[in-house]
Design a protein around this ligand. Structure first.
Ligand code: MLT
Length: 302
C-alpha cells in the first residue's frame, strides 16, 4: 500500500496493476511514488515522502537525477520497453528521406475529384522519384536496446550496417547480427555512411556530439536521423550544413524553431514511442519497478 501520482497520462494496462489497494493522489507533495513520461521535473519541489520515480521511457533527462540522489529517491526508467516503437519510426524516417512520399501524397490530395488523376499521376511520378535504402551504408551510433534493434532490422532490408558503441554491453554484443560491422572509431561512421542514426542517452559527454566538425566529415548525400534527443546534435550547425548542401537531410523526432520548416529537415512531433504497444510496455514495466521496490526493496533498471 502506497500513495502514487502520475505526472503524465500512463497507459491503463499499467495503472490496472495499481488497483484499489494503492492510493492515487493528485499532488506530488503527497506521493511516495511518481510515474512520469515527458513532464520536466527539474523545477518541482520533491517532497520528503517521495521514495521513487519511474520514467515510462528510456531517457531520464527530464528528471533531476542529482537532486533525487541527494534525497535518496530511487529513479527507474524502462529500458527496451519502447524499443520496437522507436525502431519502426527510424525506418519510417529513413524512407521519408529516401522517397518523396509526402510530396507524392500532397500532390494526389490536390487532385481530389479529378477523374483523370491516374493518367496524370503517370506523367507526374518522375517528380517524386527517390532512391532505395537497400545496399546503402547505415551507421548506428549507440548499441543499446534501440540501436541493436535498428542495426539488426537494417541488415534484413539489405543495408550494409556499421555499429559504434564504446561501452557495448555483453548482452548487446550477443544480440547483434553477425552482419553488423562493429567499428572502433565513430569517425568511420561519419566519413563512410549514407544514413547515420543516433541512439545514445543525453549526457554532458554526448551533448552536441554531432557538431560542425562531425558534419564536415560526412558526405553531401548523407542523411542524419535523430530519434534520441535533439540536444545530441548541434542543430544550428546542421541547418547551416543543409543550407549549404554539405549534407542531404536531417530527420528529427524533436520539433523546435531551429529545424522546423528548414531546408532538408524532416521533423516529427516526438512520436517514436507513441505506439499502443510501447506505451503499454513502458507503463507495465514502470509500475512493476515501483511495486517491486516499495513492496520488496528490489531495484531493477535504475
Ligand atoms: C524515451 O525516452 O524513451 C522517449 O522519449 C519516450 C517518450 O516518448 O515519452
Amino acid at each position: 500500500m502506497f500513495n502514487y501520482t502520475c505526472l503524465n497520462p500512463i497507459a491503463g494496462v499499467g495503472l490496472d496493476l495499481l488497483s484499489d489497494e494503492y492510493n492515487k493522489v493528485d499532488d506530488i507533495k503527497d506521493a511516495q511514488a511518481v510515474l512520469v513520461r515527458s513532464a520536466a521535473m527539474h523545477d518541482m519541489e520533491l517532497p520528503k515522502t517521495l521514495e521513487v520515480v519511474a520514467r515510462a521511457g528510456a531517457g531520464v533527462n527530464n528528471i533531476p537525477l542529482d537532486k533525487c540522489a541527494e534525497a535518496g529517491i530511487v529513479v527507474f526508467n524502462t529500458p527496451g520497453a519502447n524499443a520496437n516503437g522507436v525502431k519502426e519510426l527510424v525506418f519510417a524516417g529513413m524512407l521519408l528521406a529516401a522517397r518523396d512520399v509526402v510530396g507524392g501524397i500532397e500532390w494526389v490530395k490536390g487532385e481530389e475529384g479529378n477523374a483523370d488523376v491516374a493518367k496524370l499521376a503517370e506523367k507526374q511520378k518522375k517528380n517524386f522519384a527517390g532512391s532505395e535504402i537497400a545496399g546503402k551504408k547505415l551507421g548506428v551510433i549507440g548499441l543499446g536496446a534501440i540501436g541493436v534493434k535498428v542495426a539488426n532490422a537494417a541488415t534484413h532490408l539489405g543495408m550494409e550496417v556499421y555499429g559504434y558503441d564504446p561501452y557495448i554491453s555483453v548482452n548487446a554484443a550477443w544480440s547483434l547480427s553477425r552482419n553488423v560491422n562493429h567499428v572502433n572509431a565513430v569517425e568511420e561512421i561519419y566519413k563512410n555512411c549514407d544514413y547515420i542514426t543516433i541512439h545514445v542517452p543525453l549526457l554532458d559527454s554526448t551533448k552536441k556530439m554531432i557538431n560542425a566538425e562531425a558534419i564536415a566529415m560526412m558526405k553531401p548525400t548523407t542523411v542524419v536521423l535523430n530519434f534520441a534527443r535533439d540536444l545530441l546534435v548541434d542543430e544550428e550547425a546542421m541547418v547551416a550544413a543543409l543550407e549549404e548542401g554539405k549534407i542531404a537531410k536531417y530527420v528529427s523526432d524533436f520539433p523546435n524553431p531551429t529545424t522546423v520548416g528548414k531546408k532538408g529537415c524532416i521533423v516529427t512531433p516526438h512520436i517514436g514511442a507513441s505506439t499502443e504497444e510501447s506505451e503499454d510496455n513502458c507503463a507495465v514495466m514502470a509500475v512493476k519497478e515501483i511495486r517491486d521496490f516499495l513492496e520488496n526493496g528490489n531495484i531493477t533498471h535504475s
